[in-house]
Ligand binder design. Structure first.
Ligand code: FCB
Length: 445
């Protein structure tokens, strides 16, 4: 017997993308650190680049039409900083501003509410040459750039996200070296992270001052809910450590105005330099929290591992990213955020999966695993709402296949397939499933 799970009236249904991953239009913008990183031999799969990507810069009207056909009432995209300020500061590229302005108009004309992310990793190369996120001055450059966007789009855009996944910016880009700018230094990574927190605070102020009284401002964090491998005290403590590193390191500064003490102690002399007033700036009240969830971590004590633990690979189902499919983790996470960080409205700003999609002989893309992934994770959202989580919306990652960072075009996350040779878009079966969920405001399980 199937059951219908209905979402609250006014639930926000969208898809998400990011500028570097879809836009292309490289000659029409300044360089960013991902352009540089793509040319660093061995860093990005097969030397793929963002030069063309989905050519969304030239095809955005067609893409918005597709969104309208799917029936989404919201769309999360990011602004490319070097498209509007090619040198990161100073001279404005009016054509770049026009692009976002027209995109916003096109969305609004189709009844789709824009959710604008201001930083989704494409830092202008000109600013990286001055030290990038590691140099404190960046916080003021970010503030100026955010003020510019608030001035130009604030009359129409009401939902703003300052940063996407500062954890990834800090640690994947500056400790693990797997993302731009590619460094491997803990102290540097922690300083970078701190500057994202302070710049978030300055951006909140700029948006409040300039984007209109009805502007709503939030930040998107990524999460890795930690489950101890056993109930031994060692594994429980190890899971707590992972939670501190992966989740609380940014949650606590943003919501509580301090770094988590356990991790601060663990990082020793590498902790970031914090100037007077920084923590107050970083923890100003915000209107919502964006939640990116893909999978969980199962954590085991290991004295020889980073921070005294390692993560295991439990039996189960895995996506093409080798990420475990674990929908319960999303319910647990949403409830935990509600419990430990107050009843801030929540949005799932990313959730989705990569599989090895192919175009079948019938010209269609059949992706039953993605349909199931979405169904189960939407059910997990529904369960969290039923238990009191103030979840207001869900953005599926991603609208269409795109440049998956260090993995280039080798991983397909879209509910719409992109043939990169022709730029043809083919809605997958999962797009039809998602469209029906959105139109009914309900799923069947
Ligand atoms: C997130 C990123 C997003 C996308 C997904 C798969 O970490 O925010 O751009 O690459 O992972």
């Amino acid at each position: 017997m199937s059951q219908v799970l209905r979402f609250p009236d006014g639930f926000v249904w969208g898809t998400a993308t990011a500028s570097f991953q879809i836009e292309g239009g490289r000659p029409e913008r300044g360089d960013c650190i991902w352009d540089d990183f793509c040319r660093w031999p061995g860093k990005v799969f097969e030397g793929d680049t963002g030069d063309v990507a989905d050519d969304h810069y030239h095809r955005f009207r067609e893409d918005v039409a597709l969104m309208a056909e799917l029936g989404q009432n919201a769309y999360r995209f990011s602004v490319s900083w070097p498209r509007v300020l090619p040198d990161g500061a100073g001279e404005v590229n009016e054509k770049g501003i026009d692009f976002y302005s027209q995109l916003v108009d096109e969305l609004l004309a189709k009844g789709i509410d824009p959710y604008v992310t201001l930083y989704h990793w494409d830092l202008p190369s000109a600013l990286q040459r001055l030290g990038g996120w590691a140099a404190r001055d960046i916080i003021y450059r970010f503030q100026d750039y955010v003020a510019l966007m608030a001035d130009r789009l604030g009359d129409r855009v009401k939902n703003w996200i300052t940063h996407n996944e500062p954890w990834v910016v800090a640690f994947v880009g500056n400790l693990q070296g797997r993302h731009a700018p590619g460094w491997e230094d803990l102290g540097l990574a922690l300083q970078v992270g701190h500057h994202t927190v302070v710049s978030h605070g300055l951006a909140v102020q700029a948006l409040r001052a300039r984007a209109g009284a009805d502007a709503r401002v939030g930040i998107t964090l990524n999460f890795s809910p930690a489950y101890p491998a056993s109930d031994s005290p060692e594994d429980v403590a190890a899971a707590r450590m992972h939670d501190g590193f992966a989740n609380r390191w940014f949650l606590d500064p943003v919501f509580k105005g301090h770094y988590p003490q356990d991790l601060w102690d663990a990082f020793g002399y590498q902790v970031p330099r914090v100037a007077p007033g920084d923590m107050e700036l970083g923890s100003q009240p915000i209107d919502f929290l964006g939640v990116n969830y893909y999978t969980r971590a199962v954590v085991q004590h290991d004295a020889s591992g980073w921070l005294g633990y390692r993560t295991l690979r439990p039996e189960g189902e895995y996506t093409a990213m080798d990420w475990e499919v674990f929908p319960q983790g999303l319910t647990d996470l949403l409830l935990r955020l509600t419990r430990d960080y107050g009843a801030t409205p929540l949005y799932v700003t990313e959730n989705g999966c990569a599989y090895e999609d192919v175009v079948s002989d019938d010209g269609q893309v059949h992706d039953p695993q993605r349909v199931e992934y979405l169904r189960q994770h939407l059910a997990a959202c529904h369960a969290a709402i039923a238990q009191g989580a103030p979840l207001r919306g869900y953005f599926e990652w991603s609208l269409m296949d795109n440049f998956e960072w260090a993995l280039g075009y080798s991983r397909r996350f879209g509910i719409v397939y992109v043939d990169y040779a022709t730029q043809q878009r083919i809605p997958k079966d999962s797009a039809r499933f998602y469209a029906s969920a959105m139109s009914r405001n309900a799923i069947e399980v």
